[in-house]
Design a protein. Structure first.
Length: 256
């Protein structure tokens, strides 16, 4: 064992020591020893990986998408809400659909540019040269997203719950049968062991498993409105469940 390995410490105490220097009764007898480390090999590499895993649980990466169409002031409010209430390492894709009023479109682009100045590379401007609608913008977000889960927000929401993103993602972590989860509530709730199943939720805010999405496909752009109802049905028909987290509050202005 090298000197570098022997000097690895945990809570100020050497963790990897020659046998003669170990605590009598084994490492478990040390009151400073953390028993959560029992399930990994006691060598420096495993310890480093364990520490990195703990850091990842503190700050997960999450790609978030917004479908933007008009309402520049509400869009700016939504972006600020994401920045203030999110606890994940977030990246925000703003798919900017074309608005027929060029003054409105210019104001929307100005709001996005301000967000880029304020939040840097976290904000990605994705221009569209026509109005692809809700389903088209969501499909674009799903193509761009790289993280395990994909979050979506309309451009006119106000997030009320700090850590909304981590709370919603945590349900997908713990209950692998859930493919999609919504804040606030949803239609025809069913109480399950540990969560609330719903038949469908309103599409202004949700988090979706990319694995589920790979099985179900994109939102159907031919429907025109309430695409989320159709998508939730397809999620359930594919063997997944939809769920809601009533403790997460997101207000929707319903302008888009």
């Amino acid at each position: 064992m090298t000197e570098a390995v022997m000097t690895v410490t945990y809570r100020g105490r050497p963790l990897f020591m020659p046998p003669a220097e170990r605590v009598p009764g084994g490492l478990e007898a040390d009151p400073n020893y953390d028993p959560r480390f029992d399930n990994v090999r006691r060598d420096a590499l495993s310890w480093q990986r364990w520490q990195k895993g703990r850091e990842r649980t503190k700050m997960r990466r999450l790609d978030i998408g917004i479908a933007s169409y008009g309402s520049p002031d509400l869009l700016a409010q939504t972006i600020r809400s994401v920045a203030e209430k999110s606890t994940c390492d977030w990246c925000l894709f703003i798919v900017c659909n074309q608005h027929p009023d060029q003054a409105v479109q210019s104001a929307v682009i100005a709001a996005i540019r301000t967000a880029i100045v304020n939040y840097g590379e976290r904000v990605k401007f994705i221009p569209e040269y026509s109005n692809t609608g809700y389903a088209g913008a969501v499909a674009r977000i799903q193509e761009l997203a790289e993280t395990e889960y994909i979050a979506y927000l309309d451009n006119d929401v106000l997030i009320q719950t700090h850590g909304w993103d981590e709370t919603l993602c945590s349900y997908l972590d713990r209950f692998h049968e859930i493919g999609m989860i919504f804040p606030n509530g949803g239609a025809y709730p069913i109480s399950r062991d540990g969560y609330q199943e719903i038949q469908w939720g309103v599409g202004y805010c949700w988090v979706l498993s990319r694995y589920c999405q790979s099985m179900v496909g994109h939102f159907d752009a031919t429907i025109g409105h309430q695409n989320e109802c159709d998508f939730c049905l397809r999620v359930r028909m594919a063997g997944w469940r939809c769920a809601a987290a009533p403790e997460v509050r997101v207000d929707h202005m319903a302008t888009s």
